[in-house]
Design a protein around this ligand. Structure first.
Ligand code: AMP
Ligand code: GLY
Length: 420
């Protein structure tokens, strides 16, 4: 029996812990710091790497890392140097996500399909370039910015404002000292996630996120307002192309460049004219994509995680998936992704709905009551024989959960229904 320490406090980590906890090979699942819905919470922050290592050593845990911040800070390097088992990429490999400039240059030198781009550390030069190109632009801060360092621009004026926002006002601190100006690709976006031991990569189920805050993909980008799996946007043929030209190419090149990538690798893909382009890599599971993917996963996750840590993934069969569809509707606090109220009491969590599960994110438990504590508060996840049925089950459960500033999109999954 293996005890597990899941690092993180979102619905993604709740879902990972839930899935791992169902394995007959897993004993106790601890969450650091966890949330109001997770059991066995340990009061250590995701960036307190030494304290986390001390806990994992004392409890003899295998550690699974959810978010990007501790990965970029080198949690895997530190744990490994202490002889601890941990699942995720090293700091060097996590650059695929933690530096967009590094990642874009990596894609360019290894022939991984991505949008045309230029890098700037000077505001005026960036503006001059924006004026000179004839296509719409996306302005991106180099470093980690919790999904908010990307501004998709409609015209030159918008690009200039975005450049100033990132570079001049330093809205993003150090993350914005370098920027990327990138060609905007107007296609259909989907998430392709795989699990790798550094040599071999096995696909997870396909999924599609809903990144904007408002219905119809309007308003600013967020960390993600809902996701469903599988997505018809990625056909079987397209999945094969992405697996070969993006994932396997990346895993091979990372190894050649001396930084084997072990962990979940997430390619944010834009499909245009039947061709996939990588918009970004994440060095971790997606949130909310993780939630529908975990409820569809039939294989035992701990087998795959252990094999990735040990470098024996190719000895396992491919992962098997339920034929059902799954949908996760994110319930957020109104105002997210800007400012939002906290400490509101949540009611209706005990009202059941078939085929559904509520993963907690920004919640905390106080005297048996659940209070809101973050922007994304729950990931209400449900399955169904069809996507429509999964959507209905998820929203039926989501409706029962209430607090004063509750907000959710009403169209999660519709992109999948309307796609032909
Ligand atoms: P990123 O964090 O780089 O994935 O960017 C966040 C979001 O901005 C993506 O999920 C896309 O919706 C959008 N985006 C990023 N790059 C581009 C691009 N080159 N063309 C169009 N949209 C983009
Ligand atoms: N859902 C997008 C992300 O996890 O970055």
């Amino acid at each position: 029996m293996t005890d597990i320490l899941v690092v993180g406090s979102g619905a993604r980590e709740h879902a990972l812990g839930w899935k791992l906890g169902m394995s007959p090979k897993v004993g106790k699942v601890f969450h650091a710091p966890g949330n109001g819905g997770t059991a066995n919470n340990v009061n250590i922050g995701v960036d307190e790497i030494e304290k986390l290592a001390k806990f994992a050593t004392e409890q003899k845990c295998l550690t699974v890392v959810g978010p990007e911040v501790p990965l970029a800070a080198g949690i895997v390097n530190f744990f490994t140097s202490k002889g601890l088992e941990i699942f995720g990429p090293t700091k060097e490999a996590a650059q695929l996500e933690s530096s967009k400039v590094w990642s874009k240059n990596f894609m360019k030198r290894n022939g991984i399909p991505t949008a045309r781009f230029e890098v700037f550390d000077d505001r005026e030069e960036a503006k001059k370039y924006a004026e000179s190109v004839g296509y719409p632009l996306v302005v991106k801060a180099d470093g980690l910015a919790a999904g908010k360092g990307v501004i998709v621009c409609d015209d030159l004026e918008g690009a200039v404002v975005a450049i100033d926002k990132i570079m001049n006002e330093k809205n993003f601190g150090n993350a914005g000292s370098k920027i990327i100006l990138e060609e905007r690709i107007d296609g259909i976006e989907a998430s392709y996630i795989a699990i790798s031991d550094g040599e071999t990569a096995y696909p997870m189920a396909t999924s599609q996120d809903h990144k904007r805050i408002l219905d119809g993909d309007k308003g600013p980008n967020t960390g993600g307002m809902g996701a469903y799996s599988p997505t018809p946007v990625i056909s079987n043929e397209m999945a094969e192309v992405i697996q070969k030209n993006v994932i396997e190419k990346t895993i091979g090149a990372m190894k050649r460049e001396g930084m084997q990538f072990k962990g979940f690798i997430y390619a944010g893909i834009m499909i245009k004219n039947d061709r996939p382009y990588v918009l970004e890599f994440n060095a971790r599971m997606g949130d909310p994509e993780c939630q529908p993917i975990m409820v569809r996963m039939e294989s035992d996750l701990i087998d795959y995680i252990t094999a990735c840590i040990r470098g024996t993934l190719s000895s396992l069969p491919k992962i098997s998936w339920s034929a059902k569809s799954a949908v996760c509707v994110v319930l957020a606090a109104k105002g997210y992704p800007e400012s939002f109220p906290k400490d509101e009491e949540v009611l209706g969590l005990d009202v059941m709905q078939k085929e559904s599960i509520v993963f907690h994110a920004g919640t905390r438990k106080v005297d048996g009551r659940i209070l809101t504590s973050g922007g994304r508060v729950f990931g209400v996840t449900a399955t169904g024989r069809t996507l429509q049925e999964a959507i209905s089950n998820a929203y039926a459960r989501a409706e029962k959960i209430t607090w004063p500033s509750k907000y959710c999109r009403s169209d999660i999954g519709q992109k999948g229904l309307s796609y032909t």
